[in-house]
Design a binder for this molecule. Structure first.
Ligand SMILES: Cc1cc2nc3c(=O)[nH]c(=O)nc-3n(C[C@H](O)[C@H](O)[C@H](O)COP(=O)(O)OP(=O)(O)OC[C@H]3O[C@@H](n4cnc5c(N)ncnc54)[C@H](O)[C@@H]3O)c2cc1C
Length: 390
């Protein structure tokens, strides 16, 4: 049976970065992944372009990680989003920053990021075993005994990076939570986060349209970000963020033009009075939205009665959307809940109960917004878990 200094279970962003860090610190390292390929979930982020991090400052990062972001102060003081960018650029990956600080490879291909991580692991001598599922983990004296579908291994240090429970088809089925429970550690309740929203809105007319920087609100929750109309309702960052505050039965409001006040809009329409409503609106919103919003009115702006004018303003600034529910955990982007942080040393990510046992990435009770914030904390916790802390 082969013995390693460190074994890592799961080759998502957290696991691959943990392997790189571990080998960089001179540890004989093995990473075990049950899928045939590395980083299956990572490949699907940012619409297949891999939203590898976010270039904000510490405040922005903490705001982007609403689920226990403050636990990460110590992690970010050791390795943060700027270290991630430096890491990829030092390893030949050119990066670009898009709206809302989202960072992507200039190739617009996830494989660029995944290949860079794989090449670095190989360069540092990490043993990579794909198509190998870990089926059980035990600890005898000072050694972990890892049983897989192929062979068994020993190590002094074990890093669990098996992810959460969303999109289980990518491999994240909650095995890491079972490991934690096996060692009598607590796992907090698992829930869906960053969930697409189901609506009874007549979305056929708007299906496939994406809007930049609109405001979606429910009560005191006001979110200005991009929004996507889908065949089931709403997705995109604005909807995913609002999903934490709704469960179904609420009426949200959509402001198609948050950058214009009602007075500015009215002034604009007065200037456009000879035009058709649709043509006047299509300067401000996508053409299909202009068509949809103008459908119940007379053709020309000048023929709008005062009450019709008010209804049009309401549609543009306070469009009601009936929420009927949200996607299940399996179809949400992120898992809220995980290994209880009270049992984890925030400096090393080692279990306080079981020496040598570390956790990193989404298996922990941390959840973030899409936009690179999850991947950021996964890569950073991975690096810190892999380090040798002297
Ligand atoms: C469609 C989609 C889009 C997303 N977009 C974004 C985005 O734009 N920005 C953002 O910040 N976040 C995004 N996320 C979230 C982000 O992808 C995850 O938070 C991140 O991948 C979690 O990383 P991880 O390394 O902790 O776990 P994962 O990436 O889930 O990797 C865990 C790995 O462990 C392996 N594994 C599990 N059990 C075993 C076992 N028993 N033996 C061996 N291997 C095992 C799995 O096969 C898997 O490869 C998105 C998620 C989805 C689903």
């Amino acid at each position: 049976m082969k013995t390693y200094d460190t074994i890592i279970i799961g080759a998502g962003p957290a696991g691959m970065m943990a392997a790189i860090s571990s080998a960089f610190y001179g540890q004989k390292t093995l990473i075990v992944e049950k899928n045939r390929r590395l980083g299956k979930k990572l490949a699907g982020t940012g619409g297949g372009r891999c939203n590898v991090t976010n270039n904000g400052n510490l405040e922005d990062l903490l705001e982007g990680i609403p689920g226990n972001g403050r636990f990460l102060y110590s992690v970010f003081s050791q390795f943060d989003n700027h270290d991630i960018m430096r890491f990829f650029e030092d390893n030949g990956v050119k990066l670009k920053v898009e709206d809302h600080g989202r960072v992507f490879p200039t190739t617009d291909r996830s494989q660029t990021i995944i290949k860079a991580l794989e090449m670095k692991m190989l360069e540092l001598g990490v043993d990579i075993r794909t198509d190998t599922e870990v089926v059980s983990v035990k600890k005898n004296q000072d050694l972990f005994h890892i049983k897989t579908t192929n062979s068994d291994f020993h190590s002094g240090k074990l890093i669990v990076t098996t992810g959460g429970k969303s999109y289980p088809s990518t491999g994240s089925t909650g095995f890491g939570h079972e490991i934690a429970r096996h060692f009598k550690m607590q796992v907090t309740d698992l829930e869906a986060a960053e969930s697409p929203i189901l609506t009874d809105f007549p979305h056929k007319a708007l299906q496939g349209i994406s809007l930049d920087d609109v405001t979606l609100s429910y009560g005191k929750h006001v979110i200005t970000h991009d929004l996507l109309f889908t065949h089931f309702g709403l997705s995109g960052p604005a909807a995913l963020r609002l999903s934490s505050f709704v469960s179904g039965g609420e009426v949200a409001e959509l402001d198609f033009l948050p950058q214009m006040s009602i007075e500015e809009l009215e002034r604009y329409l007065v200037q456009q009075r000879e035009k058709s409503i649709k043509n006047a609106l299509k300067v401000l919103v996508p053409e299909r939205v202009a068509e949809f919003l103008s459908s119940d009115f007379p053709e020309k702006v000048k023929h709008l009665s005062p009450s019709q004018n008010k209804i049009l303003m309401d549609k543009l600034k306070r469009f009601p959307i009936q929420i009927t529910g949200k996607m299940s955990l399996a179809r949400s982007f992120v898992t809220k809940g995980g290994v209880d942080l009270k049992e984890i040393n925030p400096k090393t990510l080692e279990s306080k109960k079981v020496s040598g046992l570390h956790f990193a990435g989404e298996v922990l009770d941390i959840n973030a917004h899409t936009g690179g914030f999850n991947i950021t904390y996964c890569l950073c916790t991975g690096w810190v878990a892999g380090m040798v802390h002297y």
